[in-house]
Design a protein around this ligand. Structure first.
Ligand code: HEM
Length: 170
């Protein structure tokens, strides 16, 4: 799938993100609506599975996770992460809005590359997010495949941007 997306980008005058059927669109939106207010829990889950991600945050590095979970800093960052997906989901649903998606993903890549965040850490973040969805959305395993498909597309662009190639292809 990554190869297909990349091939479309290279061949096409403009890049297309993977299009979604109505059923897939509904699954993404409905499952996100069920967890979008759980930002603190999601971030806690991600940090619990990946202490190295927590340690990238100067304000959280080396601290006991349970002692920071209820702080305003923690909920502020949880809101940042939730906002990224809440803004992205409507623009990748159905017929994806490539320009808006590009803006968000390029921005994420730029700010995080500057902090030394690696692809491996982004992968681990993704794995924990999808684990969270499977564990916390009713029938989560049924929506897991469509989330993987959506994240395949997002991450293909994210990797291009992290490698500094996105502007050559868009
Ligand atoms: C798809 C995955 C991710 C999303 C959607 C995301 C989202 C965000 C957003 C929206 C911000 C605030 C805006 C900014 O400063 O860039 C942010 C900040 C930050 N992110 Fe991420 N992030 C992701 C993955 C990661 C990973 C894997 C790490 C570390 C290994 C990380 C470390 C940080 C740090 C250190 C900050 C700055 C926090 C602060 O100074 O308050 N992020 N992230």
């Amino acid at each position: 799938m990554k190869f297909l997306v990349l091939a479309l980008c290279i061949v096409g005058a403009s890049c297309d993100l993977i299009p979604f059927s109505t059923d897939q669109t509904n699954k993404i939106r409905e499952s996100w609506n069920q967890i979008k207010n759980n930002g603190v829990d999601i971030l806690y889950y991600i940090f619990k599975e990946n202490p190295d991600i927590q340690d990238k945050f100067p304000q959280f590095a080396g601290k006991d996770l349970d002692s920071i979970k209820d702080t305003s800093d923690f909920s502020k960052h949880a809101s940042n992460v939730i906002r990224f997906f809440s803004e992205l989901i409507p623009i990748i649903e159905g017929k994806p809005n490539v320009a808006s998606s590009k803006f968000l993903i390029d921005n994420l890549a730029g700010t995080h590359k500057a902090r030394g965040v690696t692809k491996d850490q982004f992968n681990k973040f993704r794995a924990s997010l999808t684990n969270y969805i499977e564990d916390n959305v009713p029938l989560g395993k049924n929506v897991s495949a469509v989330w993987q498909k959506a994240l395949d597309g997002v991450y293909s662009y994210l990797y291009l941007a992290l490698d500094g190639n996105s502007f050559k292809l868009w």
